[in-house]
Design a protein around this ligand. Sequence first.
Ligand code: NQM
Length: 349
Amino acid sequence: MDGLPCLWMRGGTSKGAYFLASDLPTDRAALDDLLLRVMGSPDANQIDGIGGADPLTSKVAILSPSTRDDADVDYWFLQVFPDRPLVSDAQGCGNILAGVGPAAIERGLVGATGDETNIRIHMVNTGEVATATIQTPGGRVRYGGDASIDGVPGRHAPIPLMFDDVAGSMCGTLLPTGHEADEIEGVSCTLIDNGMPCVVMRADALGITGREGREELEANADLKDRVEAIRLKAGHLMALGDVSDKSVPKMFLVSRDPGGAALMTRSFIPHRVHATIGVFAAITAATAATLPGSPAHEVAQLPEGTTFRIAHPGGAADVLIERDEAGRVIRTGTLRTARKLFDGRVFPR
Ligand code: NQM
């Protein structure tokens, strides 16, 4: 039989194709070519592939037995650009991460250990390890449950994700310029990486309220040009080099939330606007809010405890931010859900 074994899953507020590394070519050029054909790229509609014509539904997770003693499974994330012949591993993805534990159990890479199974996931893109807790009554993944996350209708089994230290995941250090704020193109920006390289700016510094919808922001050509000009300069300052072909840094426009959340956000990822928010991106934006010199701090409403509510176009996401006595963020986490949508074979064109 031809075709490739493929699990199509929702992870958090994203969807993607989950593969075993052993089913794919090891040569990078051959792999990229295959994944473009699987997803139907380059074509904004991805009409001849399984991609969903949106960066949030054109994602790939490649799983393999872990190469590390402190992890159970290796997870390599690839972003397939819908409209360009480009596959990038220059970012991780915390939403697709939510489906990795269930997929690893489904594919027999990891065994269930009881009603709940803790799975340590080596995130190959950044070299860091996450712990996911999966509901596994009777030794099988349970997807149904009572947890809900904004941006996903209905209720599902909770998947808590915890991270011990993800600072400097791709930039080497939390603040790659050493400053809590830098001025780029006349805009005060925090260049920060607490799991995801991000540029955090006040929405009003770019002439918007920060509460506009996805379509309105994507139709604002002047705004998009300014955001991209800042991003290209920030990439060099963040030790990411020329980012014109990379999906990082993510660009955050933040404002005060009238509903009382810690932060209101709109994020360019980096050219489309996120319908909700990335997991590591939310953690990184929340971390920026804790820095007194950051523009995010000026509009933030910091909670008493460790739960930071980060508002986004589809509602809000709660992230856990634990700090030491010096105020340094030492442990983070969030709650996601995931669902197996389809298990079969995909036939690339
Ligand atoms: O920041 C989208 C997503 C993401 C990334 C993106 C993510 C994260 O929501 O951890 O999950 O920013 O491209 O899937």
